[in-house]
Design a protein around this ligand. Sequence first.
Ligand code: SF4
Length: 333
Amino acid sequence: MSFKTDQESLRTWFLASKRALPWRENPNPYRVLVSEVMLQQTRADVVIDYFNRWMQQFPTVQELAEASIETVLKAWEGLGYYSRARNLHQAAKILLSGFPTDYQGWINIKGVGPYTANAILSFAYHQPVVAMDANVQRVLSRYFETFDLKWAEKEATKDLSRENPEEIAEGLIELGATICTPKPFCELCPLKKGCRSFFNHTIANYPAKKILKKPKSVYKKVILFQYENRFGVYRSKPKELFADLYRFFEKDLSPHAYQNLIYEQHQSPFKEVRSTATTFQFFLFPVIEKTGFLNQELEFYTLTECLKLPFTSGHKKILHQLLALNLKQDQEW
Ligand code: SF4
């Protein structure tokens, strides 16, 4: 058995059992690009609603290119890794002049990596390429019993069917997401006849284990400056970590000072908020401070206005705590 023959079992299995995902309908290059960028760091079940809303708001590349960056970031709010949204917005402006039909054309677009480029060429243009996401890497590493993922990609691509090759490429992704999972269900697998690590009982060795870096803990006091019924917010500068996203005012604290703050605020109606971004884990504790003047570094908005702004995920949770308090206390904020 080889991948050449096994892939037909994979195709049959995929066509019979593939999940109904919205981006699989009408997979034009724009829809594939958006879905693949959304899926880069987010689970498919979470992406479904975002994708559907996105396509209602920006049904074509033109609508996305013409939208303001604030509108785009607001639509992305909650998905995290906002550089993906900024890159998509930039890509849309470039793609107005036409969609590339080859690998080099796509890879030159910021935010499009080898996986996304191949996914677009496969799903939208039906070219015989394999899109190697982490799931496919796991499948092929086990199937060929190798740590050399480049070689595994070449092997699979060399034998890839020229008839609807996108069904095989997508079948590999689906297999990795549902059957060849970290703890695989080999008895159900359409590739098991030719899978070398299944045959040799070496599945646990593949793929190579990645050493995950522990995120760095960052502790912050979040000061909610309140001027009458408005709150001070800060828009991050383009070069900062949360470029163009809004936050309340933050003050860095040592772990010790942060523990003291929580101790002092044990009767506070606010709760600690935790969020992660890139290699950081943020510990945020909000505190209200009424102010008699408008701080020049901040923009002041009512809570209703704040809801329309794109916030970082941690600060969005704080905004929702503020809103809940507002409703509970029935105050005129
Ligand atoms: S037989 Fe098991 S290890 Fe091999 S590809 Fe299938 S699920 Fe993965």
